[in-house]
Write a protein that binds this ligand. Structure first.
Ligand code: SAM
Ligand code: SF4
Length: 441
């Protein structure tokens, strides 16, 4: 550990699971370079923001944060912007926030050790030129924050260029790790005591093994068969690359969790076409039918966007009717947010903000009613949960089911369930977003 106050860092993460996991790798890299992580901005010599630019709001948050702490520059603190806003805004960040000295996109994290040396020498540093790289950020220094459940990136970047999305511009070309490298990391995690592995990628199922040894479904099964691995999750799946073999793998390997996140974005063919998703509602529903025909009941969740340019009331109703048809266990829904560089910026027929908000509320309310019904059916069932912690105020333990649902439960006073352990719980009550239960003795 270094006693040099400049070699302390504070890191705040915005955005998705990919960003959370990238941050674990960045933290590991900094620790390996002799830095020490501190819990507050005040204690840190280097202040880092790992940013998200998927929607306008996420991006604004970062600039507010930079403005809030500008005054600390006088104390010799240095600031760095990492991730999607860094890649998107590039050196322009220095104009808007002159106190920043490091701007680095996710495709350049491999070069962080060299960049840190330059930063320590008092230079301004950028890492923005690696969007065309074929390499993934593989590091032995990942500092995972949870000792039981860990992320593992198998594919980075995206080549799909949906009309609304900034990811292909911020995270670079799609590139997969070899299956040997993924399996070695998963085995290493299992040896360290991780019982749950979450495979990550912008489109995890677009995985293409550079060594040609395994398909995505085969890799999934192989991770599930590693000794010590009890649960495998994977996110996010793209409908276009979703094959039946994934469902077959879930049926065949009991450690693969019974949950698929399959973002649809819209229920209207006209909007799907304008979004350049390259599938129809019917093709999407065909994939849903495969999942629903599995031997185990698989929970299905999704992402939706309302107010895409040109979305008519009739299009929106198609999205509502899709909710009835699929009966998702949960959805993330967003108002369309125009993003720099994206093709949909050129589209006319913008939907007013108030109308986007109205559609969002209708969608959320409809889904809430569906969830209320869907969650009720678990009452009386016994499910295995991974214990995540305790809610002291309610005197309840927090558990997570294989379907990724929160199941809060009580245990007899003399029993103290261990965090990270797996126990059987009978469900006694339900809400739209969680379940209630009692530990089975
Ligand atoms: N690759 C995944 C897919 O294609 O389904 C999605 C990854 S993206 C990081 C997560 C979600 O953000 C998307 O599914 C979409 O619903 C939402 N999103 C992306 N761009 C958006 C935008 N410009 N406005 C609103 N929501 C957006
Ligand atoms: Fe964005 Fe589309 Fe790529 Fe998903 S598939 S990350 S929505 S461009």
């Amino acid at each position: 550990m270094s006693a040099d106050p400049q070699k302390t860092f504070y890191l705040e993460v915005f955005g998705c699971q990919m960003n959370v996991h990238d941050s674990e790798k960045v933290v590991g890299t900094l620790l390996a370079q002799g830095y020490r992580q501190v819990p507050t901005v005040e204690e840190a010599g280097l202040i880092l923001y790992n940013t998200c630019s998927i929607r306008d709001k996420a991006e604004q948050k970062v600039f507010h944060r930079l403005a809030d702490y500008k005054k600390l520059q006088k104390q010799g603190k240095r600031f760095g912007v990492l991730g999607c806003v860094a890649q998107q805004e590039g050196a322009k960040i220095f104009e808007r926030a002159p106190h920043v000295s490091l701007v680095c996109g996710s495709a350049s994290y491999r070069n962080l050790p060299q960049m840190l040396v330059q930063l320590e020498a008092g230079k301004r540093v950028t890492g923005l030129d690696d969007r065309e790289t074929e390499e993934c950020f593989e590091t032995e220094f990942t500092a995972r924050t949870n000792p039981h459940r860990g992320y593992l990136t198998i594919i980075e970047g995206c080549d799909k260029f949906c009309a609304y999305c900034v990811v292909p511009f911020t995270r670079g070309k799609e590139r997969s790790r070899t299956s040997d490298s993924v399996l070695a990391e998963a085995k290493g995690m299992a040896d360290l005591g991780y019982s749950e592995v979450q495979l990550l990628g912008q489109n995890v199922n677009s995985y293409k093994d550079p060594s040609g040894k395994k398909t995505f479904a085969e890799l999934l099964a192989a991770v599930g068969e590693i000794a010590g691995v009890r649960r495998v999750r994977f996110t996010t799946s793209h409908p276009r690359d979703f094959g039946r073999d994934i469902v077959e793998a879930i049926d065949a390997v009991s450690t693969l969790c019974d949950h698929v996140h399959l973002p649809v974005q819209s229920g209207s063919d006209a909007v799907l076409d304008a979004m350049q998703r390259l599938y129809t509602r019917e093709q999407y529903l065909e994939r849903i039918a495969w999942i629903q025909a599995a031997r185990r009941e698989i929970s299905i969740t999704s992402d939706m966007i309302v107010g895409f340019p040109g979305e008519t009331e009739a299009d929106f109703e198609q999205t509502l009717s899709l909710l009835d048809e699929v009966e998702y266990d949960s959805i993330f829904c967003f108002k369309y947010s125009p993003r720099p560089n994206t093709p949909s910026l050129q589209l006319e027929d913008a939907i007013p903000e108030a109308e986007k908000s109205r559609r969002l509320i209708i969608l959320q309310e409809k889904q809430r009613e569906i969830q209320r019904r869907r969650y009720q059916r678990h009452v009386g069932q016994i499910q295995e949960v991974m214990v995540e912690g305790k809610n002291q105020a309610r005197n309840q333990w927090i558990g997570r089911t294989s379907q990724n649902k929160t199941l809060n439960f009580t245990a007899p006073q003399e029993v103290v369930p261990e965090v990270g352990s797996y126990i059987a719980v009978v469900t006694t009550g339900s809400f739209p977003n969680s379940l209630l239960g009692e530990m089975v003795i």
